[in-house]
Design a binder for this molecule. Sequence first.
Ligand SMILES: NC(=O)c1ccc[n+]([C@@H]2O[C@H](COP(=O)([O-])OP(=O)(O)OC[C@H]3O[C@@H](n4cnc5c(N)ncnc54)[C@H](O)[C@@H]3O)[C@@H](O)[C@H]2O)c1
Length: 623
Amino acid sequence: MGSLLRENELERDDAESESNQPILYVNGVRRVLPDGLAHFTLLEYLRDTGLTGTKLGCGEGGCGACTVMISYLDQNLKKCVHLAINACLAPLYSVEGMHVITVEGIGSCRYGLHPIQESLANSHGSQCGFCTPGFVMSMYALLRSSKNPPTEEDIKENLAGNLCRCTGYRPIIDAFRVFARTDDALYTIQSSGLSSSEFVCPSTGKPCSCGQNIKDAVVTTTISSCSSDILKPISYSDTDGAAYTSKELIFPPELLMRKSTALYLTGSNGLKWHRPLSLQHVFDIKTRYPNAKLVVGNTEVGVETRLKNLHYPVLVHIAHVPELNILNIKDEGLEIGAAVKLSELVKVLKLVIDQRAPFQTSSCRAILEQLKWFAGTQIRNVASVGGNICTASPISDLNPLWMAAGAKFHISDCKGNIRICAAEYFFLDYRKVDLASNEILLFVLLPWNSRYEFVKAFKQAHRRDDDIAIVNAGMRACLEKKDQKWIVSDASIVYGGVAPYSISAIETNKFLLGKHWNKELYHGSLEVLEKDIILKDEAPGGMVEFRRSLILSFFFKYFLWVSHQMDVFPGFNGAVPASYLSTIKSFHYPSTIGRQDYEIVRRGTAVGAPEVHLSSRLQVSIA
Ligand SMILES: NC(=O)c1ccc[n+]([C@@H]2O[C@H](COP(=O)([O-])OP(=O)(O)OC[C@H]3O[C@@H](n4cnc5c(N)ncnc54)[C@H](O)[C@@H]3O)[C@@H](O)[C@H]2O)c1
């Protein structure tokens, strides 16, 4: 039987909480969490209790086979949130007081499949079945957390953290497309903006002759492929996505009523797990255990302990500390609490971008763009702003941007003394930051931009989605008009993936100051940059020639992008030739449609025919 243990010295909550036991709901069933399992991940717990639909794949949040949905009452938003997470990295006690839904909880062969499962099975969307529950649960969490049907792009973006190595993505996307708000306009002649003689091929997204013989007949009908003789819906799933209803497992009323309490639990090897609910409590624990490890999403600490054999005897889960979850819109900028999750950051960035003058949010837009390519949804749903900063990974996607954008880190010691460190000076060496053992990061202040200030992010990885950068960068330049010329009044060019930590191109920044923004500036900057950021031939990470060229080509793109932004202002003479514009376009996934044509030559009853295989219904539900 589990119990909520307390250390006498740290006791602070009222007597009411004493009666609380640590609990968890799994698929609608209440479970008491025993003490002694602080070393357990949620995945280990689920599988030990017989829920083996959730799989262990990579064990580091990269493949999505372990995806489950958690629901909890967000104290800030005062509403219930539903999030897909990687159970392989989630410490068991991090989901105390939450509802966990696994693939077994949404439908079964015996009692009926969920429409997501039904659609995936019918679309030939599973082969070996290993990754299948993860895909199902990512899609399920998306639908449960969307007020309106998601777009196809939302669906694809949402699946970035799920890998499939045998079925292929086409049937999976076909299966899920039925739940999307599809853009019929893309496939119609009238609304394409092209003349009626031009037809947009749904396969390539370009004008094409494949629609010639249907263009008179089709106005709003969707077509399936270049083979214009067949008019079919795009999806090959017969499941009616519109019939998706809200007959779902409800959020347990007990969890709505329950008051969250601080936790102290233990695990094997002397492990202590603390869940403080106030900043003062965090300071108390840190004072008592100066080497205590703070944890939010555990997406770095989890990898260190599980795959690199590091042992942290005292873990302090600070995800629910209100003071570390602030999101304040201030006159000088946006204050972002260190424990704010990246998916929350996305929401607030979208909000301020909508609300404020566009020039003020150049940094916000750059961070938002970079977050799109930062890991998968499951990681972004738990990984925190502070966790990413303090990990100080050499390929951190955000640290070059905080530095370039002039962010200020607010840091507190355990006595409550606060100091401010500019992001630019925070990163000292490989995974070493300017933070004493009695200090923690409280929040980040991201300043608004001034009128002619331009911030942009860059990232090159092996694949766009869910991959670590080979080289990334954050760049900012501020221009002002002097004597009819646009002159650089401030600049910050920062790179990741080129040194043991994110570094500023200090000489390039100096060179840019006071220069006229024109081609000479560009050529001069490249010469300085080449000597400023030096990658030795034997630099760790390899691909040295490629990385060197990325350093320069990112600056090339930045130069063109700023020039293009400036083109609307009077007196700017550096218009970017139209043929260069593709260089600076943001990437968006095109709407893709796949089609497979089979020659059906039946041999016997099933061979040769595209029958749904017999295991598919089991694979999508595992029950
Ligand atoms: N596993 C993956 O697939 C993946 C992908 C992208 C990013 N990441 C990791 O995501 C992490 C983001 O956050 P997370 O919440 O999961 O990290 P986390 O909980 O694993 O903590 C990471 C580090 O940050 C420290 N830390 C966290 N908050 C702090 C604070 N307020 N003050 C001082 N130190 C603090 C922790 O002690 C720890 O050393 C990044 O560190 C990044 O490396 C992982």
